[in-house]
Design a protein around this ligand. Structure first.
Ligand code: SF4
Length: 371
């Protein structure tokens, strides 16, 4: 095996790991043992993969291989049990990953079993919210992450690594423990499509999280919605809508100037849903901007005929954001109008507001607060 600089095993497929084993003169099943060790058993160094011969573990270390888990640099805990992790990557960049025990209240109505099981420990199900890029280029006007701009894409290993690091920190046992993954952290997953999809496959085949327990949220990268619909293995799809007409949406989400509501809703209508699956539309309510009764009626009209539900999220305010949180009565009115029009609508509980872990708040708050 040739000398290599530090190289992560996380992110490599079974085939790629088998190639590494064979290059080192090992039988091909050693690749499978590495795959099991880093994904299913979530070991933290090649040295811990105890079913590999000692000499091969030494060879891997000499060649510069590490598992490549991101380092938990900081961990913040909110009063509601939500945990926000600041994860350090090898190049000094960092991303945030959030742990939400008991789910986020947004799963109901999607046909999943979430929420039906007995309480067996401090949490009986949990959701991990994972980042796909350092920062984000999409520039939604109500989002703290957008203030960072985009610094780079995450590799598949860095995406999977965030989840493994949190699962290890919380002592999660899979498949017994019910864990959902939402790709709704920093970044637009569909602008890092190949790495995101590679991570999905490794999570399903390696870590053991079913595709039906994962949801990806897009701001509306229309060509990728079509690609995603054609994937044989894929999470559920959520579309971040946030406005009921083009004028408003182009103002709040500049991406709408490239792919407007007509194109976006055509992609949503064409999306091949599986049995019992629903599309999710997310709608962040901004006081007196997009939360009127008229807006609600327009949303119902847009969604008519699509098997979908709407998650309503009252804005989580933060420094540098020019919008306000609507009063609860406005949120409930919006929900009532959707339900009356036959659209299932759920108000999502804000999670971890006190530690800036809620939707649209993921960013280097440490950086922000000290700036
Ligand atoms: S809401 Fe999502 S897509 Fe929009 S800027 Fe924030 S992270 Fe990017």
């Amino acid at each position: 095996m040739s000398e290599a600089k530090e190289r992560s095993l996380l992110g490599l497929t079974l085939q790629e790991l088998t190639g590494i084993a064979e290059e080192a003169g090992q039988p091909s099943y050693r690749g499978h043992q590495i795959f099991e060790g880093i994904y299913r058993r979530r070991l933290e160094s090649p040295e811990q993969i105890s079913n590999l011969p000692h000499s091969f573990r030494g060879q891997l270390a000499d060649a510069g291989f590490t598992v490549g888990l991101p380092k938990i640099e900081k961990k913040f805990s909110a009063a509601d049990g939500t945990g926000r992790y600041l994860m350090a990557l090898v190049d000094g960049q960092s991303v945030e990953t959030v742990w939400m025990p008991e789910g986020d209240g947004g799963e109901a109505g999607d046909g999943s079993e979430a929420g039906k099981e007995e309480e067996s420990r401090a949490w009986n199900r949990a959701t991990i919210c994972v980042s796909s890029q350092v920062g984000c280029a999409v520039d939604c006007q109500f989002c703290l992450t957008a203030l960072l701009g985009v610094k780079r894409n995450l590799s598949a290993g860095e995406i999977v690594g965030q989840i493994c690091a949190v699962l290890n920190d919380r002592n999660v046992l899979l498949p017994q423990d019910r864990v959902n993954v939402v790709f709704m952290g920093m970044g637009e997953p569909f602008l890092n499509y190949d790495n995101f999809m590679k991570a999905v496959r490794l999570l399903v085949e390696g870590v053991g999280i079913a595709e039906s327990r994962m949801t990806v949220s897009t701001a509306g990268i229309v060509p990728r919605i079509y690609d995603f619909g054609a994937e044989p293995v894929r999470p559920k799809l959520a579309i971040s809508l946030n406005a009921s007409n083009d004028d408003l949406r182009s103002r709040l989400m500049p991406i709408n100037r490239k792919w407007n509501l007509e194109k976006l809703m055509a992609a949503a209508r064409d999306f091949p849903l599986r049995a019992r699956e629903r599309l999710t539309f997310e709608y962040v309510l901004l006081n007196e901007v997009n939360d009127s009764a008229r807006n609600a009626r327009e949303v119902a009209e847009l969604i008519r005929g699509i098997r979908a539900k709407v998650n309503l999220i009252a804005l989580n305010t933060g420094p540098g954001i020019a919008f306000e949180t609507p009063a609860e009565e406005r949120v409930l009115q919006f929900q009532r109008i959707l339900i009356a029009a036959g659209v299932p609508a759920f108000v999502r509980r804000p999670r971890g507001r006190d530690i800036f872990a809620a939707c649209g708040q993921l960013k280097r708050t440490v950086e922000l607060q000290t700036a």
